[in-house]
Design a protein around this ligand. Structure first.
Ligand code: NAD
Length: 439
């Protein structure tokens, strides 16, 4: 089956490559010529483990192509997926659907009659019907087959999430769209991975409900961590005790500096907006959003307290700035909210991140960059562990403390603990939801 994938970002590229791996013929289209040129020469423009090998294999097999020319790509395709961005609209928190609607318009001018138009981007309820109206309007047609197929992959483990999904969600309202989607995903359904079929609206809501629920779970444990700090409890033990309850589960119960990334912040915000507009406001989701903003401000306060309220001229080593390990994605990373107030208060940053440098150079102008944690910490007043890359999990804490001017440690991923930090020679250690110390 021939598939067109519009948008070769984190989702479109992984989806396109994985569909080719399943045996489909895939043409990926992007407006960004530099991405397409890189892909055509076998280079993956993002950091996603395993993707480069899969790209090479499927290009060599003659099942995977890249172009900027949708007009050349669309003919003969049975399905066209829209996987473009849906960023947050700053003025009202809603999802900005302009890229989706522009892609739908461009597609409708060049696609064959009968091509099923599939929205893979995360879009608010009602968007797929609007896509159908756009396509019918441009083509002067009185019908089109559309499908909502939200994506649940996680960056850093995107290939296995796509090839071995917990579930695939497909919303349709015509038998043709339903049958075609079943055929596309047959390589997965044959292996027993569940494909859930729903109406368009339910599929759209499933994606937002899932992300908002996970964001709520993280925020819940972060609030518990805050309480633990006030009363001398240990959030790691609390998480363990909660998570072993099978009704709750262990995942997403890791306290930290607040959620970030390309999805949770914008999707919680868009869901709250949709709910408001629909006359069914979601107070819970709204307070999750607020608590998550407050969480990052709490981290700034912790850092300020560790340095006795004076950041001026302080040299701070930052370990990790991407929103999580094993990705180069910096969108809404906690570092973007936590670090600028430190530099505004006069601190000097030295950053180390295995993949964050390209974006980080833009995001943190004036910061220095180091190649490893010890170089970053040299002569420093504080180390902040912000993203738990493997490189930062087995640090020689004694060596780290020794190279510093003032051995202070803010461990916002709870990789270490106060006892280890103290015996390594740190004079102050703060974590999240743990007992801290300061000598
Ligand atoms: P992205 O910004 O990485 O990629 C979007 C791509 O679309 C860009 O390369 C852009 O150049 C291209 N594009 C925009 N308009 C185009 C057009 N008209 N024609 C061709 N190309 C066009 O975005 P992403 O992270 O891949 O996210 C895409 C969608 O998937 C979003 O709705 C997002 O919420 C959703 N999603 C993302 C993730 C994730 O982890 N990143 C996970 C699940 C769902």
């Amino acid at each position: 089956m021939k598939i067109v994938m519009i948008g070769t970002g984190y989702v479109g590229l992984v989806s396109g490559i994985c569909f080719a791996e399943m045996g489909h013929e895939v043409v990926c289209v992007d407006k960004d010529a530099s991405k397409i040129n890189a892909l055509n020469s076998g280079q993956v423009p993002i950091y996603e483990p395993g993707l480069e090998d899969l790209l090479a294999r499927n290009m060599t097999a003659g099942r995977l192509y890249f172009t900027t020319d949708l007009g050349a790509a669309a003919p003969g395709a049975e399905a066209a997926f829209i996987a473009v961005g849906t960023p947050e609209r700053k003025e009202d928190g809603a999802a900005d659907l302009s890229f989706v609607y522009a892609a739908a318009r461009e597609l409708s001018r060049v696609m064959d009659e009968g091509t099923v138009v599939v929205t893979k981007s995360t879009v608010p309820v009602g968007t797929n019907r609007q896509v159908a109206r756009i396509v019918m309007g441009v083509r002067g047609a009185d019908r089109v087959d559309v499908a909502s197929n939200p994506e649940f992959l996680r960056e850093s483990v995107a290939i296995s999430d796509f090839m071995k999904p917990d579930r695939v969600v497909v919303g349709t309202e015509t038998a043709r769209a339903r049958d075609l989607m079943a055929e596309i995903y047959q390589p997965l359904s044959r292996q027993g991975f569940p494909v859930i079929t729903t109406d368009l609206e339910s599929a759209e809501i499933i994606k937002y409900a899932a992300n908002a629920f996970l964001a709520t779970k993280i925020t819940f444990i972060n609030e518990i961590a805050r309480l633990c700090e006030k009363v001398g409890a240990d959030v790691e033990r609390v998480s363990e005790g909660m998570g072993l309850d099978t009704r709750i589960g262990k995942k997403f119960l890791k306290a930290g500096p607040g959620y970030g990334g390309s999805c949770f912040p914008k999707d919680t915000s868009a869901l709250a907006r949709t709910a408001q507009d629909a006359g069914a406001p979601m107070a819970l989701v709204e307070s999750v959003i607020e608590a998550n903003i407050r969480r990052k401000a709490d981290m700034v306060e912790k850092i300020t307290a560790l340095l006795d309220g004076d950041l001026s001229g302080k040299r701070i080593a930052v370990l990790g700035v991407t929103f999580k390990p094993e990705t180069d994605d910096m969108r809404e990373a906690p570092s973007l909210a936590i670090l600028p107030p430190l530099t505004a208060a006069g601190a000097e940053l030295v950053i180390v991140d295995p993949q964050g440098r390209r974006e980080g150079l833009r995001a943190f102008p004036g910061a220095d960059w180091a190649d490893d944690a010890y170089e970053a910490a040299a002569d420093g007043d504080l180390v902040i562990l912000l993203t738990e890359w493997d490189d930062f999990r087995n640090l020689d804490l004694e060596r780290l403390a020794q190279v510093m001017k003032e051995p202070h440690f803010a461990d916002f991923r709870n990789v270490y603990d106060a006892t280890a930090a103290r015996s390594a020679g740190f004079t102050a250690y703060a974590s999240v939801g743990h007992p801290d110390f300061k000598i």
